[in-house]
Design a protein around this ligand. Structure first.
Ligand code: NAI
Length: 255
């Protein structure tokens, strides 16, 4: 359980769902972890629970769409832990499930602000710290919907496609600094985001769950840990030759 021993990681959107699983699994593998989120009460409680289990996790407030808060997060994490080796750009929002011709500019912009600009701000302000550490890695949460389309949320799909190519561009830009950048593409994972999405469809939630399970050839949605194990791999030295890659963890959805 020391695949990330000695490393310091920052995980955005770490208070729940996939981000929380990443925080836990990375800390169990020996990383010291800065958990960042906007849900301060949840974040502080989850970080305290993990510390009570002997894991080195500290909570930081940060809205990834606010550049000053992102800069403060990276500086604060580096000051608290002495360095930053790994950034997991996990914070993201869904919603805006409307056809393109019905969307407002504000609905479009909100999704891009968190899902795209948030990745930009976090990467921008983590790079100097990763360079100071002599290299490191960035893991960006894209989606199966950064690979294939679906007839629901145009701004979400656009944002996840952007994250996919931001990852490849940054992989090339920072390879000389020994900074690896990869994207992860989950299928449906049962988290508060997906529960909210299915409830928003109205009708029978269990029926929607069964239909969503059936979209995956393996017959079910993923769990947050299924994604966290992939993130642990990419963050570890086992992936030292992996950059610009797309790790698809989707139960076969995109086969
Ligand atoms: P979630 O909604 O359950 O959790 C997201 C976390 O991000 C929450 O703690 C939330 O407070 C935080 N967050 C939201 N906006 C933020 C902001 N502006 N600044 C900082 N934190 C913020 O979402 P889930 O399902 O865990 O998703 C995590 C990532 O994985 C997202 O980027 C999502 O798009 C992606 N993803 C999720 C899939 C799924 O089926 N759950 C599938 C494919 C991708």
């Amino acid at each position: 359980m020391d695949r990330l021993a000695g490393k310091v990681a920052v995980v955005t959107g770490g208070a729940r769902g996939i981000g929380l699983a990443c925080v836990r699994r990375m800390a169990e593998e020996g990383a010291r972890v800065a958990m960042a989120d906007v849900h301060d009460a949840d974040g502080r409680d989850r970080a305290a629970e993990l510390r009570a289990q002997g894991l080195d996790v500290r909570y930081f407030h940060c809205d990834v769409a606010a550049e000053a808060e992102v800069a403060a997060l990276m500086d604060g994490a580096a000051e608290a832990f002495g360095r930053i080796d790994v950034l997991v750009n996990n914070a993201g929002i869904a919603g805006a499930n409307k056809p393109t011709h019905e969307l407002t500019e504000a609905e479009w912009d909100r999704v891009q602000a968190v899902n795209v600009k948030g990745v930009f701000f976090c990467t921008k302000h983590a790079i100097p710290h990763l360079r100071d550490a002599g290299g490191g890695c960035i893991v960006n949460l894209s989606s199966i919907y950064g690979l294939v389309g679906a007839a629901d949320s145009p701004p979400y799909h656009a944002s996840k496609g952007a994250v996919r190519l931001m990852s490849k561009t940054d992989a090339m830009l920072y390879a000389a600094d020994r900074i690896r950048v990869n994207s992860v593409h989950p299928g449906f994972v049962w988290t508060p985001m997906v529960e909210q999405h299915l409830r928003g469809m109205g009708g029978d939630l269990e029926q929607h769950r069964r239909e969503t399970d059936a979209l995956h050839p393996l017959g079910h949605m993923g769990e947050p840990d299924d994604i966290a194990w992939g993130v642990v791999y990419l963050a570890s030295d086992e992936a030292r030759f992996v950059t610009g890659a797309e790790l698809v963890i989707d139960g076969g959805y995109t086969c």
